[in-house]
Design a protein around this ligand. Structure first.
Ligand SMILES: Nc1ncnc2c1ncn2[C@@H]1O[C@H](COP(=O)(O)OP(=O)(O)OP(=O)(O)O)[C@@H](O)[C@H]1O
Ligand SMILES: [Mg+2]
Length: 165
C-alpha cells in the first residue's frame, strides 16, 4: 500500500521529541501500529516515553527499551506493546515473542527498529522515522501507510502540539 499522508516535525531537545510522542499518544484510539526507525540514539525510545505519557501509562511504569526481552506490555488508557527489535536474530523469533498476538486491533503497538519487520507489518501502520540533524536536533517524519486514521488531522493541523504549551 502506498504512502498517503505525511508530516515532518523538527525538535530541538529530548523533551520536544517526547512532547510529539505525547501528542500522538493522546490521539490514538487503539489498534495502531507505530513502526519506528532511526539510527542508534536517534530518539526512538525518547519518543515512545512521550507516547506512553500520552497514553496515560502510570509514571511508576518506567518505560525503557525492552532491548533484551524484545517486548514489554503496559496498561494505559489502552493496552500498549513496546518492542525493540535491535537484537532480533531472525524473523522466526517474532513468533516466539508473540508478534501476531500484538496485532489484536485494540492495543497500540510501538516497534523500535521496525525495519527488522520487513514483510511482517500489517497493511495499516504509521511509519515514524527519526533523523538526527545535529546533536540536539531531530527530524520526526511520520507517514501513514494504508488507511488514514480519523484522528490524523489532529496531529497535522498543529492542535495536538499546541496542547503541550
Ligand atoms: N531532539 C532530540 N530528541 C530526542 N533525543 C535527543 C534530542 N537531542 C538529543 N537527544 C539525545 O539523543 C538520545 C536519544 O536516545 P534514545 O534512547 O531515545 O534513542 P533510540 O533511537 O531509542 O536509540 P537506540 O536505537 O539505541 O535504542 C538521548 O541521549 C537524548 O538525550
Ligand atoms: Mg531505543
Amino acid at each position: 500500500m502506498s504512502e498517503t499522508h505525511t508530516c515532518s516535525i523538527l525538535t530541538r531537545s529530548p523533551s520536544e521529541t517526547a512532547a510529539v510522542g505525547e501528542a500522538l499518544g493522546r490521539l490514538l484510539r487503539g489498534g495502531e501500529v507505530l513502526a519506528l526507525v532511526g539510527d542508534l540514539g536517534a530518539g526512538k525510545t525518547c519518543f515512545v516515553q512521550g507516547l506512553a505519557s500520552g497514553l496515560e501509562i502510570p509514571e511508576e511504569a518506567y518505560v525503557r527499551s525492552p532491548t533484551f526481552s524484545l517486548i514489554e506490555q503496559y496498561e494505559g488508557r489502552l493496552p500498549v506493546y513496546h518492542l525493540d527489535l535491535y537484537r532480533l536474530s531472525d524473523v522466526d523469533e517474532l513468533e516466539s515473542i508473540g508478534w501476531r498476538d500484538c496485532l489484536d486491533g485494540e492495543s497500540v503497538v510501538a516497534v523500535e527498529w521496525a525495519d527488522r519487520l520487513e514483510g511482517y507489518l500489517p497493511v495499516d501502520y504509521l511509519a515514524i522515522r527519526l533523523v538526527s540533524k545535529s546533536p540536539e536536533e531531530r527530524e520526526i517524519q511520520i507517514a501513514v501507510y494504508g488507511r488514514c486514521p480519523a484522528w490524523w488531522g489532529g496531529l497535522t493541523d498543529g492542535r495536538a502540539r499546541h496542547e503541550q504549551d
